[in-house]
Ligand binder design. Structure first.
Ligand SMILES: [Zn+2]
Length: 325
């Protein structure tokens, strides 16, 4: 499990920017206050001197002549006077303090070298944003997957029973996701919950710290075509393609809705091969049946999918009206 370096760097930079911005704002407030209440500038200068003395005396400097305790008390007294001055002049007592988003790590992101919860949360959120998933993080969880929406005729092979097994399989897959996980092909008619199910898997896998990238097929392949034939900024396209190739879990939604050309077929084959060689996992959602797929894609693509993807067929009737999807 490793967070993508790009996401990690982005969050590290965001934290740095946040700290700098807060320092800048504090400096602005200080300038304002020093103009309005000159006495506070003097108090701050004294407080800095106390700070130095304190450091020296903690380090064992003998020349100070006062105990650490005495210096702390005097410094405390000055801080109180400073607050009183601020309040007297109509400001909040903490007007000249930095207000941290996280009091635990003071927005450093780390406490004694250990990643703070706030930093971890920011990484997860960034990874989620990056994953391109169409739904909000807390919108789709396995708990929200309603098996009651699938018909149950009381037989063992009722859609509800089969879907219950599919559900359990996907849940186990998501929570146990690792480098040895399989690729999945979720297939079956429209509105049977494939996108919902893969979103639940994506969310769980993201929570485990893996990178996920979601994209419908009709959006993935044009990225490759644009890079090859278009005149858009190639740098951004290359970054997106890099993500499609390297993300730990790629979810290709709606395979079969894209425009297939000999070029996209070539790209698709390369993508599948490359990801399999790199032991990266792929989930494909499609409304196509296996035989439809053979008609749309070349023999070598279909045999790659059939041979390397665990196939999970979705049964039932269109449940989207109930799922709001
Ligand atoms: Zn923190």
């Amino acid at each position: 499990m490793a967070y993508s370096k790009r996401i990690f760097n982005k969050v590290t930079n965001d934290f740095q920017d946040k700290r700098n911005e807060k320092k800048r704002l504090l400096h602005e407030r200080e300038t304002e206050i020093y103009q309005k209440i000159p006495n506070i500038e003097k108090i701050d200068a004294d407080l800095r001197k106390f700070g130095l003395k304190l450091t020296r005396s903690v380090m064992g400097g003998a020349e100070v002549g006062k105990s650490v305790e005495e210096i702390r008390k005097e410094s405390q007294k000055l801080s109180e006077i400073k607050c009183e001055e601020l309040v007297k002049n109509g400001f909040e007592p903490d007007y000249l303090l930095i207000k941290y988003d996280c009091d635990l790590c003071k927005d450093e992101g780390y406490i004694d070298g250990v990643m703070c919860k706030c930093f971890e949360k920011a990484i997860k959120e960034e990874a989620y944003k990056y994953s391109n998933l169409p739904l909000m993080m807390d919108e789709r969880t396995f708990e929200d997957f309603n098996l009651e929406l699938y018909p149950d005729d009381g037989t063992e092979t009722s859609p509800k029973n089969i879907m219950e097994a599919v559900f359990e399989y996907c849940k186990e897959y998501a929570f146990g996701f690792n480098e040895k996980s399989e690729n999945l092909l979720l297939y079956g008619g429209t509105g049977l919950g494939k996108t919902f199910m893969s979103s639940c898997i994506a969310k769980t896998v993201l929570e485990k710290g893996y990178s996920v990238f979601y994209q419908p097929a009709y959006k993935i392949f044009p990225i490759f075509e644009e890079l090859r034939f278009g005149d858009r900024d190639k740098e951004i396209l290359r970054m997106q393609i890099d993500e499609i190739f390297k993300t730990d879990l790629l979810i290709i939604d709606d395979l079969g809705t894209e425009l297939t050309t000999s070029y996209t077929a070539e790209v698709f084959f390369d993508l599948l091969n490359s990801r399999m060689n790199d032991k990266k996992k792929t989930i494909i959602n499609t409304n196509l049946s296996l035989s439809d797929m053979q008609g749309v894609y070349s023999e070598r693509i279909t045999s790659r999918i059939i041979g390397n993807f665990t196939q999970l067929k979705f049964y039932g009737e269109d449940i989207r009206t109930n799922l709001n999807s």
